[in-house]
Design a protein around this ligand. Structure first.
Ligand code: S3P
Length: 169
């Protein structure tokens, strides 16, 4: 079994993924962490030095490498399914689950650690709100191709992981 967690930055893919993997006795991978391990560089460093297109290529490569693994939960970077036809690749190789949150809730969650996200760097509150709203609208096209969708609201990672185990039974 291979489960892909899909969704915007700040939707909780990594925290849910860790709990879910433990519950189902699967391994956990996070594509950002795989890229950091592979390149020895932080995500914002890769964006700064080599640009976003290069980062998207690294995501593609990372996903290709992870396709060889089985019995795992994979938390995908927020933009990964939206480039290089990777949403199709994901659906070919496993169960995709979209962790859905409104842009207002995402803004609240992302405000706290925006400096970790290169795409949000240097934006004031108004700019960030608009950016999240627009980007989520754009990405919804890809995210909504997931096989399952879960509305996160204020649920804890444990509650979301429980809901996912019921969904995929
Ligand atoms: C990105 C999301 C980030 C990371 C990078 C770009 C995006 O991952 O891959 O900063 O394009 O939405 P998380 O979704 O894990 O924050």
């Amino acid at each position: 079994m291979k489960i892909f967690l899909i969704g915007f930055m700040g939707s909780g893919k990594s925290s849910v993924g860790k709990v879910l993997a433990q519950k189902l006795n699967l391994k956990f991978y996070d594509t950002d962490q795989e890229i950091i391990a592979f390149t020895g560089k932080r995500i914002h460093e890769i964006f700064e030095k080599y640009g976003e297109t290069h980062f998207r290529e690294l995501e593609k490569l990372t996903l290709q490498n992870l396709q060889h693994k089985d019995n795992c939960v994979i938390a995908c970077g927020g933009g990964l399914p939206c480039y290089n036809d990777l949403m199709n690749e994901i659906n070919k190789h496993g169960i995709s689950i979209y962790l859905k949150l409104s842009s207002e809730r995402l803004f609240e969650r992302l405000q706290k650690d925006a400096e970790k996200r290169p795409l949000l760097l240097g934006k004031n509150e108004t700019e960030m709100k608009k950016y999240i709203f627009d980007l989520l609208n754009e990405r919804e096209f890809y995210y909504s191709q997931s096989q399952f969708k879960i509305s996160i609201k204020d649920h804890s990672p444990e509650e979301v992981a429980d809901a996912i185990t019921q969904l995929i039974k």
